[in-house]
Each structure stands twice: as structure tokens, then as C-alpha cells.
Ligand binder design. Structure first.
Ligand code: ATP
Ligand code: MG
Ligand code: MG
Ligand code: MG
Length: 562
């Protein structure tokens, strides 16, 4: 490809709205441009790299026996009503009407569509198992799109779905996707870890996330320094911290409260989103345990409180509503004190301070429809906390360490959640009707690309792993006005292409400094420079990653590059 007429605009300055390296570099190297908030265009260089990732994903999916199909981005509301997710999914689902006033959504995921496809055409155990996948555009109206294509609203996902007749079958399908994912992320040159994840919202059981280790990752992983234990801290065990009070301990022991052992267990019965849990406070209320979780993404301003009362989420109410409900003066609902104790201010009031981080007495963060004394009285409280660095690993092997991770893939045993709701059944050997047992498996293809750059760059630019580089090499003619250099570089361009290399040929009439800076920024694995020694048939070959430089005679070039 000749760079002179190639849409690969590079930027010298770091765009002010790009906070992380991959976002900055994808803009600066001319891979992407923002079209709307969280919505991006891929320019030719970005598109080529994206295709490389897609092909790796496709090859590994095909090798695992999965079948590629393509489902629509536009999905009718009825499908989502059938599965029960139309109301449950919330504002991430982008909804709209057509001219006939029928309601639709832009697919954030495709369980509904795939389940109806398989339901309508597969009836017998003889046709199962099967795993189907697509590589397609998803839309999620993220609350806070950021970091470029790492968290965008429109993005490309590879999503696969398996259909089995038995639990053992599902285990096998899952295992095979797990292996394929491991191969994919290895081939992309990523340093990653598979971690046990949160199965709350999807209503299934086993689930793992594939996390690319990176300090900008939005998830935290707790892992053992000696064993294979690794979990998203969202589900890592909660450890109780009794402030050396025997009394508190014994009062807690009275309750049979297995749901307090892990967040996973708590969440499995509750449909809680994926925000990071940062603190939990346990209240003993009317001799029953009540756990208040203070949750947030990263910033304390975002903190929300979810309060579990007999395993029901207590909704939050606005200050205005609460004032009405309590029939009190507006000023009454204000900060109480810094105490960690639960305070009961009036018989109808609900006023908590939760560890001083965020309280129900903050503006618009009041618990709804909870009436102390009528609903409960407060007897005891204690702190519980999530597993921390330095704790013993839950598997008894080694010590817990923390790392930040970017979730690039997610594998999930769905079970019969969708097949039961949507009637995807088959006839077994004995002619009995049974729901299909499903799994779902996602990879954020555009996110993988950004995560790759996050792990592979230096101060000068991107340092592409060969497997996903948009071109194999960058051919540069230092001076296109010099007849010898021009001729030699044109010849080499043709020869290299004929030998099977993907070549980006900088044939622009730019100064050498500009060309080298752009070349480092774009970061192709190899640079071949045609300069002063062109007359002697000698070029320079430079390795972007190691900075190694070789002078090579043109008739040896191809063999050196191989
Ligand atoms: P996250 O926790 O980052 O919001 P998720 O758990 O909601 O992701 P899944 O529903 O598991 O995402 O989707 C499968 C994969 O799709 C994710 O592992 C991730 O790689 C990718 N993905 C999800 N949301 C986005 C997004 N907003 N932008 C880019 N990729 C995304
Ligand atoms: Mg997630
Ligand atoms: Mg999400
Ligand atoms: Mg996920």
C-alpha cells in the first residue's frame, strides 16, 4: 500500500480527551476517529489490524468446530419480552420505534435471537450439540463510554452460543471454548489471565473472564502467588472483621447465613450489575442479617448503595420523595455524624451512615420504603470486607495478590435460562421433551485490539506483535526525489509484495524526520529504509521492538526477512 494516497493521518500532539495510551495511540497513528460519543470509525490501518484480530478469532472458532453465522443488529422488542429481559436490561439497551410504531432494540448481545433460531430448526437430540458464532456489531448505551474503543457504545463482538443435551455436554463445549480463547489471546501476544467471574445477572453457574493484565483495567483480580486461584474481586470471598468483640461473633453465629460467605452466593439470587463492589457493611436487623453494599465504578461520587433486606434490594429514593414520605422538614434529612453506627432518628426515618463513605442521608440516596421499628430495629452491626492483598488464598495455597485487568473475553454456562423461557426444547432418546442446555461466549474484538496496544507500545508509538500488525513491514524511501532511491524502493516494493509480504510503502515527499516519526508511531514490526547506500544496493532493516539495525544487500533482503 502506498502511503501517499492512504488515509492514515498521524497526529503529533496527544489528543486532550484521550486518557490512556491505547486511545491516544489509536488516534495519533490514524487507526480510529470518533464519530459520536462512544462511536468510532476505523480508518484503513485500524481496519487492517482489526481484520487480523478477527481472523485469529475466526480461525480458532472454526478449529473448535463452531459454525459462523450472522444475526441482525436490529432486534424486535417481542423477543426480549419473551426472555424477560426487556424490562430487566435497563438503559444500556438502545430502544427505538419503526414507522409502524413497533418497538425494537439494537442488539447488545444475541441470546434471544440465537435461541429462537435454534428452537425453530432443531428438534432432536440427534442434531445436538452445536456451537454457533458471529462477529458482529453490538450496541450498548454505556453510562460512561471511555478509553476509546476499550469501552465504546458501538463495538464489534465475537459471540458464540452452545446448545447441548446434557450438563456433561455443556461442560465439554465450555472447555473447548475456554481452550479456543486461550489460543486466541496467546496468538494476539497478550499477557492475560482467566479468572473466576460473577454469574449474578445472567442466571447461570460456571463463568470465567479473560483479563488482560494492565494498570488501566477497570476490574481487579485477586490471585494466588503460588496456585492457579484467580478471581474477579467482585466474587472473591468476603472476610469478616470482628473488632475483637466476642459478643458480636457469637451473636452472628446464631444465624444460619450461608449467603454471607461469598458475594457470588449473595448475587446469584439478585440481579446486580457489574459495578465493582468496594465496601460492605453488615447489619443485624431483627435478628436477621442485612448486608449493605456500597458499590461504585472507581470514583466515590459514583457510589451507590444497595441494601439487602431479606435478600431484596431496597430501592433508593430521592430526597424530595423521602421528605414527603417522612412528612418532615427538608432540613431534617441531612448528615448526622461520622459514626459507623446505624442511627434511627425518628420512627419513620431511615438514616444510615455507611462507613463514612456514602450514606442514606446523602442527597437523593435514601432507602425507599423501609420503616425502622416497623420493619426492623437495629441490634448489632459489624464490618465485613472483601479479600485483600496479603490474605491467605481461599484454596489454602499461597498469598493473595491483586492486579488490574481489562476484560477481553467472557465464557458462561447459561444452563436453561433462555431455552426454558423461550421454549428451545428437543426430544431425547426416549421421546421426552427437554430444554436445551446453553453456554455463551463473548470476545470484544475491538477491545482486544486496544488492549493489545495497551500492552505493546513505547514512548514513540505502537509496537505491534507480528500477528496483529496491520502490515508486515514499512518500506521507507528517505528521499523520493533521488532517482536511485526512488527506483530501488519501487523495485523492492514490488519484490516484497510478490514474496508475500504486506508492505506499507512511504512514498510521500516528506522530510526523513517526519517519515521516521510516523513510522515509529505506526509501529510495524520491521522497517526497511532505502537511503544513501541505494546506489550500492544496500538498505537498512530495523526491528521496531528490539531497535536492532542491519545493513542488508538487496539481493539478500527477502531471505533476511524470512
Ligand atoms: P464490561 O464488564 O467491561 O462492561 P461486560 O461484562 O458487560 O463487559 P460481556 O457482556 O461479558 O461484557 O460481553 C462480552 C465481551 O464484550 C466482554 O468481555 C468485552 O470484551 C466486550 N465488551 C463489552 N462491553 C464492551 C464495550 N462497551 N466496548 C467494547 N467491548 C465491550
Ligand atoms: Mg464484565
Ligand atoms: Mg458491561
Ligand atoms: Mg462480562
Amino acid at each position: 500500500m502506498r502511503q501517499n494516497h492512504y488515509l492514515s493521518p498521524t497526529l503529533r500532539d496527544v489528543p486532550s480527551d484521550a486518557e490512556v495510551s491505547s486511545h491516544q495511540l489509536m488516534l495519533r497513528a490514524g487507526l480510529i476517529r470518533q464519530t459520536a460519543s462512544g462511536v468510532y470509525s476505523f480508518l484503513p490501518l485500524g481496519m487492517r489490524a482489526l481484520k487480523k484480530v478477527e481472523n485469529i478469532v475466526r480461525e480458532e472458532m472454526d478449529a473448535a468446530g463452531a459454525q459462523e453465522l450472522l444475526m441482525p443488529a436490529v432486534q424486535p422488542a417481542e423477543l426480549w419480552q419473551e426472555s424477560g429481559r426487556w424490562d430487566a436490561y435497563g438503559p444500556e439497551l438502545m430502544r427505538f420505534f419503526d414507522r409502524h410504531k413497533r418497538e425494537f432494540a439494537l442488539g447488545p448481545t444475541h441470546e434471544e435471537v440465537i435461541t429462537t433460531l435454534v428452537r425453530d430448526d432443531v428438534k432432536s437430540y440427534k442434531r445436538l450439540p452445536m456451537t454457533l458464532y458471529q462477529i458482529q456489531t453490538k450496541f450498548r448505551d454505556e453510562r460512561r463510554p471511555r478509553f476509546g474503543v476499550l469501552r465504546s457504545r458501538e463495538f464489534i463482538m465475537k459471540d458464540a452460543y452452545s446448545f447441548d443435551t446434557t450438563q456433561e455436554g455443556l461442560d465439554k463445549s465450555y472447555e473447548s471454548m475456554f481452550e479456543a480463547y486461550t489460543n486466541i489471546f496467546k496468538r494476539c501476544g497478550l499477557d492475560f489471565r482467566a479468572v473466576v467471574a460473577d454469574s449474578g445477572a445472567m442466571g447461570g453457574k460456571d463463568t470465567h473472564e479473560f483479563m488482560v493484565l494492565s494498570s488501566i483495567g477497570e476490574d481487579t483480580i485477586a490471585y494466588s502467588d503460588t496456585s492457579s486461584y484467580a478471581a474477579n474481586i467482585e466474587i472473591a470471598p468476603v472476610i469478616s472483621k470482628y473488632e475483637n468483640s466476642d459478643e458480636k461473633e457469637s451473636s452472628l453465629e446464631k444465624f444460619d447465613t450461608p449467603q454471607l460467605k461469598t458475594i457470588d452466593e449473595l448475587q446469584s439470587s439478585l440481579n446486580i450489575g457489574k459495578n465493582k463492589l468496594i465496601k460492605a457493611v453488615l447489619f443485624i436487623v431483627d435478628e436477621k442479617p442485612v448486608l449493605a453494599l456500597v458499590r461504585g465504578d472507581h470514583e466515590v461520587n459514583d457510589v451507590k448503595i444497595k441494601h439487602f433486606y431479606n435478600a431484596q434490594v431496597v430501592e433508593l429514593a430521592s430526597t424530595e420523595e423521602t421528605i414527603k414520605y417522612m412528612n418532615c422538614e427538608p432540613g431534617f434529612i441531612g448528615p448526622i455524624n461520622d459514626s459507623q453506627e446505624v442511627e434511627i432518628v425518628a420512627d419513620k426515618a431511615v438514616q444510615y451512615i455507611v462507613n463514612g463513605v456514602c450514606g442514606a442521608n446523602e442527597k437523593d440516596k435514601h432507602f425507599k420504603n423501609v420503616n425502622p421499628l416497623r420493619d426492623f430495629s437495629v441490634k448489632e452491626y459489624m464490618d465485613v470486607r472483601f479479600i485483600q492483598e496479603g490474605d491467605a488464598s481461599p484454596d489454602g495455597k499461597g498469598t493473595i495478590k491483586f492486579a488490574e485487568g481489562i476484560e477481553v473475553g467472557h465464557v458462561f454456562k447459561l444452563g436453561t435460562r433462555y431455552s426454558e423461557a423461550m421454549g428451545a426444547v428437543f426430544l431425547d432418546e426416549n421421546g421426552k421433551t427437554k430444554p436445551m442446555i446453553m453456554g455463551c461466549y463473548g470476545i470484544g474484538v475491538t477491545r482486544v485490539l486496544a488492549a493489545t496496544i495497551e500492552q505493546h507500545h513505547d514512548e514513540k508509538g505502537i509496537v505491534w506483535p507480528t500477528s496483529v500488525a496491520p502490515f508486515d513491514l514499512h518500506l521507507i524511501a528517505i528521499n523520493m526525489k533521488n532517482e536511485e532511491q526512488k527506483q530501488l524502493s519501487e523495485d523492492l516494493y514490488n519484490q516484497l509484495k510478490q514474496s508475500g509480504f504486506d508492505v506499507l510503502f512511504d512514498d510521500r515527499a516528506e522530510r526523513p524526520g517526519v517519515k521516521f516519526t510516523d513510522s515509529d508511531l505506526i509501529g510495524l514490526p520491521i522497517r526497511v529504509t532505502v537511503g544513501k547506500k541505494a546506489a550500492d544496493g544496500i538498505v537498512e532493516v530495523k526491528n521496531r521492538k528490539t531497535d536492532e539495525v542491519l545493513e542488508v544487500s538487496t539481493n539478500e533482503l527477502i531471505s533476511v526477512l524470512h
